[in-house]
Write a protein that binds this ligand. Structure first.
Ligand SMILES: [Cu+2]
Length: 184
């Protein structure tokens, strides 16, 4: 024990010895009370945190898009918060057979060249016009025939900006089956 620690230790010893005759014993119930109080505070803090945090169980933002025989999407723009869960349901409301008028919905990362993607997609009928090795595909539906629909769920990127979504069936993009998801 160091020289400075000795007087301190003696003080503590004296205090303990004097405890039964002083108010120190009263510390015990007080401590218990404090302890219970802190438990309450912790419980409160936990419940507060749970309600404030961006809950992963939060329902996704639902976007309903219809595509028709005129090669148009009825929704061409929607907004998303960074990281927000998005659920896109595409419905083909046309009557023309799938092989000549199929529709899908591809969501691309904002830095992907759309034309390059479409060029590669045009020769990929076997994969619903979504090249399996294409980079920057955030999500895509199946290729849909008349009356069919498909839902994709994904998280919006965290980087704000404009993200293109479109049908990659050859020729449809230029006709109007396209839109922009704005993350902000
Ligand atoms: Cu299409």
């Amino acid at each position: 024990m160091t020289k400075t620690a000795q007087p301190f230790a003696r003080l503590v010893k004296d205090a303990i010895r004097a405890a039964p005759y002083s108010g120190i014993t009263k510390i015990k119930p007080m401590k218990k009370l404090l302890f219970n109080h802190s438990l309450c505070l912790i419980a409160f803090a936990c419940s507060a945190l749970a309600s404030c945090s961006p809950a992963p169980q939060a329902p996704p933002k639902e976007v309903q898009i219809k595509a028709d025989d005129k090669m148009k999407f009825d929704v061409t723009a929607f907004e998303a918060k960074p990281g927000q869960k998005i659920s896109i349901t595409l419905t083909n409301i046309g009557n023309t057979p799938k092989f000549s008028m199929g529709h899908n919905c591809v969501v691309l990362d904002r830095n992907v060249n759309v034309q390059n993607f479409l060029d590669a997609a045009s020769t990929n009928a076997a994969h619903d016009y979504v090249p399996p090795d294409a980079k920057g595909v955030l999500a895509h539906t199946k290729l849909l025939g008349p009356g069919e629909s498909d839902t994709i769920t994904f998280n919006a990127p965290f980087i704000p900006g404009d993200y293109p979504f479109f049908c990659s069936f050859p020729g449809h993009y230029s006709q109007g089956t396209k839109g922009v998801m704005t993350v902000k």
